[in-house]
Ligand binder design. Structure first.
Ligand SMILES: Nc1ncnc2c1ncn2[C@@H]1O[C@H](COP(=O)(O)O)[C@@H](O)[C@H]1O
Ligand SMILES: Nc1nc2c(c(=O)[nH]1)N=C(COP(=O)(O)OP(=O)(O)O)CN2
Length: 169
């Protein structure tokens, strides 16, 4: 799928979505719609949703998924857009890795590597997280994670995916 969409204007960016407070399915689908309707963002692909065990302090299971957008905005503006969308859906920052209504992480932006205090791309923890890699491999198996130089389909083989279960809803 990636090959057929790679040659249009703008840059491809992969976003991870997660929620474990409220009606997570409704929140996540509405968040995708909000992003897809944002000027400068076009939804190119969306994964299935997965029920996943929480990584971090004890808290309810998450619903996780990933999406690819074609973006005509800088990585900084894209991060700002994601943070504003989290806030719109009631995200409150409390405990690190704690429960949240909506988490949007910028995983990949074309083949860029960025390492500033405000923004790291690729997302530094994406390569160890089954709840990111399992949905991402569905829609971007051949995307090369630029820090490791490995494709998502090969990175996912190195993590334990037992706690990531495909959701039918
Ligand atoms: N790649 C990134 N995606 C999202 N947020 C990032 C990224 N790199 C740095 N950040 C900073 O992390 C916080 C948001 O934390 P979460 O708990 O993951 O929502 C935000 O202030 C970004 O500046
Ligand atoms: N199963 C699951 N566990 C999680 C999830 C998630 O989406 N699914 N998100 C987290 C994210 O934590 P946070 O975004 O605060 O930290 P980060 O900067 O490491 O992404 C922590 N644990």
């Amino acid at each position: 799928m990636l090959n057929s969409i790679i040659k249009k204007p703008g840059k491809l960016s992969a976003i991870a979505l997660g929620s474990n407070i409220g009606d997570s399915y409704k929140i996540l689908t509405a968040a995708i719609e909000t992003l897809a309707n944002t000027p400068g963002m076009k939804l190119e692909a969306q994964s299935s949703w997965y029920r996943t065990k929480a990584v971090g302090p004890p808290q309810p299971d998450y619903l996780n998924g990933c999406a690819i957008f074609r973006v005509q905005m800088s990585p900084d503006l894209l991060l700002e857009t994601l943070l504003a969308t989290e806030a719109k859906f009631g995200r409150v920052r409390q405990q690190r890795w704690g429960a949240r209504s909506l988490d949007l992480d910028l995983l990949l932006y074309d083949d860029l590597i960025i390492d500033t205090p405000q923004l790291q791309i690729p997302h530094p923890r994406m390569v160890t997280r089954a709840f990111v890699l399992v949905p991402l491999v569905e829609i971007a198996p051949h995307w090369v994670e630029p820090t490791s130089g490995s494709m998502i389909k090969d990175i996912v083989k190195q993590v334990d995916c037992a706690d990531v279960v495909l959701c039918q809803k």
